[in-house]
Design a protein around this ligand. Structure first.
Ligand code: MN
Length: 134
């Protein structure tokens, strides 16, 4: 469900609305499953359908989608501190974001912000990573 809201918001930003065919393409999921999920999101008051245009988010849907995207971005920023390749980061974030608690996320935010300001510590972490891979 998070992945749907996330991609719907990305599509709305790019195109103004989300068509089921685009959601299905983005998520690599059949159009039938997308239609089912959109019905569920509609029942929960998170999306609305506009005839001949597509799906948009309700205010509540948009609030949740923004939080999901912010979480994705924070986890991405955290992993980027360690020079991990972008493809690995993306895959890992897609897995981690579904399991991470708010408390852990807040801790990772604090670590990310501190590491960004504290080069010596980040350098030490990177050196240790390099040494352990040799
Ligand atoms: Mn994501």
């Amino acid at each position: 469900m998070d992945d749907y809201l996330e991609q719907i918001r990305h599509l709305i930003e790019e195109k103004g609305y989300a068509r089921p065919v685009d959601v299905s393409e983005r998520l690599g999921i059949s159009q039938a499953s997308v239609t089912n999920m959109l019905q569920r999101l509609h029942a929960e008051g998170l999306v609305k359908h506009e005839k001949y245009r597509g799906t948009t988010l309700t205010e509540e849907g948009d609030r949740i989608a923004r939080a999901i995207i912010a979480r994705h971005e924070l986890l991405t920023e955290f992993l980027r501190l360690f020079n991990i390749d972008e493809e690995t980061i993306y895959k890992d974030v897609e897995g981690m974001e579904h399991h991470v608690s708010r408390a852990t996320l807040e801790a990772l935010r604090a670590v990310t912000e501190t590491l960004r300001e504290s080069d010596p510590f980040r350098e030490a972490v990177l050196k240790r990573l390099k040494d352990s891979s040799e």
